[in-house]
Design a protein around this ligand. Structure first.
Ligand code: NDP
Length: 285
């Protein structure tokens, strides 16, 4: 006789395409290191199949799941509850299932914040965000709720930057501004943190958002959301200017850690998760 359980806790991710998403490797390394018998299943779910995938997760008593592109907004209509900041952001990437009830969170911005907090407290800071897509929106909302004083959003499509600035003004005390980003952007004097939240640099080590690098002060912390490759051209140039830099791996690892806390109530070790991703992405200093 053995009293060993052969039933693992089930978690995972719904997105499409999913084959290049390394989160499964990072999460299963974290679970194994913490001694948690849980699986993270990376599922390719097409838009028309989201409802069926969620019903399946409920039927199989999954503990929760992440959703990535293209499901972060579509998932909202399936949820019983939505956390406050996810409501403001208008998107959910992490869902807990408890007694058949679904609660949605957004851990993208929270993961960025946790990564940033290792080097500075955003409270009272002046921040410039490049981009106005889903990542920029989540990061901007969390920074505003964390007490950032001034947030400027620069985007080549200015109406999207304006929508985020209005969202921040309505929901926080931050002074929020939108600027149209044409040509090389002069980084405003007094910028404490500059964040690339565009997709520029993803899978291309030589791509760089258009900024006037000579306008970058060495007192500015430069962060990039791009996890692959982690040492983007923007970060290399910022480092050469003497700036402190933060790569996109920190955001990815921290959103995984926050997700595991929400879904499993477990504390995962960042070290093994960072190492796993660094091996996959070939990170270099
Ligand atoms: P979206 O498609 O929602 O937004 C992309 C943004 O990039 C838009 O603001 C877009 O501008 C801008 N952009 C793209 N190409 C250019 C260009 N050539 N010149 C100027 N602006 C450009 O994507 P997401 O916000 O969801 O994701 C952005 C990046 O963040 C992705 O690369 C993703 O991998 C990364 N990410 C990283 C995470 C992590 O944990 N490290 C978590 C989530 C995302 P416009 O509005 O004008 O089109």
């Amino acid at each position: 006789m053995t009293d060993r359980s052969f039933r693992s806790i089930l978690t995972g991710s719904f997105s499409t395409p999913c084959a290049k998403n390394p989160t499964v490797a990072m999460m299963e390394a974290g679970y194994a290191k913490a001694g948690i018998d849980a699986r993270y299943i990376n599922c390719d779910v097409k838009p028309d199949n989201l409802a069926a995938a969620i019903a399946g997760a409920k039927a199989m008593e999954w503990a929760g799941f992440n959703c990535s592109i293209p499901h972060k907004i579509a998932v909202l209509e399936h949820l019983d509850e939505i956390a406050e900041s996810a409501k403001i952001i208008g998107a959910v990437n992490c869902v807990q299932i408890r007694d058949g009830r679904l609660t949605g969170n957004n851990t993208d911005g929270k993961g960025f914040l946790a990564s940033l907090r290792k080097v500075t407290d955003p409270k009272g800071k002046t921040i410039v965000i490049l981009g106005a897509g889903g990542a920029a929106r989540a990061i901007a909302v969390e920074l505003a709720l964390a007490g950032a004083a001034r947030i400027t959003i620069a985007n080549r499509s200015p109406e999207k930057a304006k929508a985020i600035a209005e969202l921040l003004t309505q929901n926080s005390d931050a002074q929020a501004h939108a600027i149209s980003w044409e040509g090389a952007l002069d980084v405003p004097k007094g910028t404490d943190v500059l964040i690339n939240a565009t997709s520029i640099g993803l899978g291309d080590a030589e791509a760089i958002p258009a900024i006037e690098t000579s306008s970058l002060s060495n007192a500015t912390i430069v962060a990039d959301v791009i996890p692959n490759p982690p040492m983007t051209k923007l970060l290399r140039e910022a480092k050469a200017q003497g700036c402190q830099t933060l790569d996109g791996l920190g955001m990815l690892v921290n959103q995984g850690i926050i997700g595991a806390e929400l879904v499993l109530g477990a504390k995962l070790s960042p070290d093994i998760m960072e190492k796993t991703l660094a091996v996959i992405f070939g990170a270099q200093d």
